[in-house]
Design a protein around this ligand. Structure first.
Ligand code: SAM
Length: 287
């Protein structure tokens, strides 16, 4: 079986199929022999586990996953890759390509249909143009997956895994921390891809929590507060929340005091403080 991490093999394969890379679809294929085995090892793939892959490309990661997992379901949008995948995945009857857009498919139904009686994990080298939307979709829908292990751009990795209360933290970091225990597993240099992108990458793993680590109260409101707080991150919370929630600043002051957040900026708040703030604001008129 030819090695799909070998750049010459991949070039020849793609040339034979008359394939041209699409920048718009975020097509940078992995050609580093160590990355896919490491991802497959660390994502939780194993007997009794179904792996949802997003964007299999030529199937380099898919093969590593299929060699370990019970089954792999790989969602691919670019139909030009289907004949390529038919060829490269032929030795793996437990790998199935699912045509479609990951942002549009009913993923809950897909998981139920493809992985009956199995635990599920997600493992993917994500197309960079939809990194955060895909990650947030997987988490917000509370899909029955144990962990999400994905390759993303280095800056996105730092943002997604940032601790609340640190400068790198944004609204998405708070959300990721609320739903999961995130960690950066290892860096991946730009030279590991064909074609090479302009930035380096990193593999992150988000272990999905069974229950939230804080008592947020009304969850939708909690996330509205977080988004408003980071909407104008240079401003103090009072100003950011006032314009984000459309409530006069004076009306917000008691809740900010109660949550110990008066005079602070969003990036200085811990997850617990955000939860306390959201609970206190819920009782504020107009918020
Ligand atoms: N897994 C392969 C690898 O590591 O070499 C390819 C990764 S490449 C960064 C991203 C893949 O996602 C491409 O195959 C691309 O066609 C596919 N893709 C892009 N947008 C997609 C979408 N909305 N839904 C499903 N797949 C998508």
């Amino acid at each position: 079986m030819e090695k799909l991490s070998d750049i010459g093999t991949v070039k020849a394969l793609l040339e034979r199929h008359g394939f041209r890379f699409s920048k718009a679809l975020g097509q940078n294929f992995l050609v580093n022999p160590t990355v896919c085995p490491r991802m497959a090892e660390q994502c939780g793939a194993g007997p009794g586990v179904g792996v949802l892959e997003i964007g299999p490309g030529v199937g380099v990661l898919t093969r590593e996953l299929a060699a370990r997992a019970e089954k792999v379901a790989a969602v691919e949008l670019d139909e030009r890759l289907f004949p390529v995948l038919e060829e490269t995945l032929a030795p793996f009857p437990n790998a199935k390509v699912i045509p479609g857009d990951v942002m549009k498919l009913d993923l809950r139904a897909l998981l139920e249909r493809e992985f009956p009686g199995m635990e599920a994990v997600v493992c993917a080298n994500l197309p960079y143009y939809i990194t955060s939307p895909v990650v947030m979709r997987l988490l917000e829908e509370r899909l029955p997956v144990r962990a999400v292990t994905v390759m993303v751009q280095k800056e996105a990795a730092e943002r997604l895994c940032a601790q609340p209360g640190t400068r790198a933290c944004g609204a998405v970091s708070v959300a990721v921390r609320y739903y999961t225990e995130p960690e950066i597993l290892f860096p991946v240099s730009r030279g590991s891809f064909l074609p090479a992108p302009n930035v380096d990458s990193a593999v992150i793993r988000l272990r999905v929590r069974q229950s939230p680590p804080v008592e947020a109260g009304d969850e939708a409101f909690f996330f509205r507060v977080v988004k408003a707080a980071f909407g104008q991150r240079r401003k103090t919370l009072g100003n950011a929340l006032s314009s984000g929630l459309g409530v006069p600043k004076a009306a917000l002051a008691p809740a900010l005091e109660r949550a110990g957040a008066a005079g602070l900026r969003a990036e200085q708040l811990s997850l617990e403080q955000f939860a306390a703030l959201a609970r206190a604001l819920r009782e504020t008129e107009g918020a």
